[in-house]
Design a protein around this ligand. Structure first.
Ligand code: SIN
Ligand code: FE2
Length: 215
């Protein structure tokens, strides 16, 4: 059967999750190597570190940031900070490549304009996971989260508006982009423990970029 979008793989690969949320399959696949390279460069100025939650738990995912502000956590709470507490310096600037990708993906999902001021960079290794949570430390409660998967595949857990709602398990591959905002902005989500493996771009790791509009 012929499809309206059969000659446009980008449009054909849209996978709606619910109102305000969509997976853009392989949307960033063509730029994955460059994105991984840029994340590596950022981590040379602002190294990956395992943050401690307010409850005293050390996260299994290693994190760093780029942009005007970065997400940090310690015993006193979660917050966005203009400086990297490890180095005392401002976070590295968001590369143009990152910003354009985030804006184009947001646009594709119906969110325009989009001016993310933060990009959290997560590094998962075998066993790393992110428990079910909402992203709610941002002042802007409508602008989307744009999440870019790079390297090893992961199982993304997509729940509902309440913690106990039924959750779907969705495999995300390198280059997949998930966008959620507006009515889907506070959906609970997480990442199941990463399976052991090796990927040509990232070796034993998965890198995830999440863009946020904080202010
Ligand atoms: C996040 O929820 O901040 C990250 C999601 C992911 O790694 O796919
Ligand atoms: Fe999140």
């Amino acid at each position: 059967m012929s499809s309206l979008f059969e000659d446009d793989p980008r449009l054909a690969a849209r996978e709606p999750l619910e109102e305000g949320a969509v997976i853009l399959r392989a949307y960033a696949a063509g730029q994955a190597a460059e994105l991984v390279g840029a994340a590596g460069e950022i981590s040379r100025a602002a190294p990956f570190r395992h943050l401690v939650t307010p409850g005293g738990y050390t996260m299994s995912v290693a994190m760093t940031n780029c942009g005007r502000v970065g997400w940090v956590s310690d015993r006193s709470g979660y917050r966005y900070s203009p400086d990297d507490p490890e180095t005392g310096k401002p976070w590295p600037a968001m590369p143009g490549l990152f910003l354009r990708l985030a804006q184009n993906a947001a646009d594709e999902a119906g969110f325009r304009p989009y001016d993310p001021d933060a990009c959290l960079i997560n590094r998962y290794q075998a066993g790393s996971k992110l428990g079910l949570h909402q992203d709610r430390d941002e002042n802007d409660q409508w602008a989307p989260i744009v999440s870019v998967s790079l390297g090893l595949p992961a199982t993304f857990v997509w729940g509902g508006k309440r913690r106990g709602d039924p959750a779907r398990r969705i495999r995300l591959e390198s280059g997949d982009v998930v966008v959620w905002g507006g009515p889907a902005r506070f959906i609970y989500h997480g990442v199941a423990p990463l399976k052991d493996g090796t990927h040509p771009l990232t070796g034993p790791a998965r890198i995830n970029l999440t863009f946020r509009k904080v202010f």
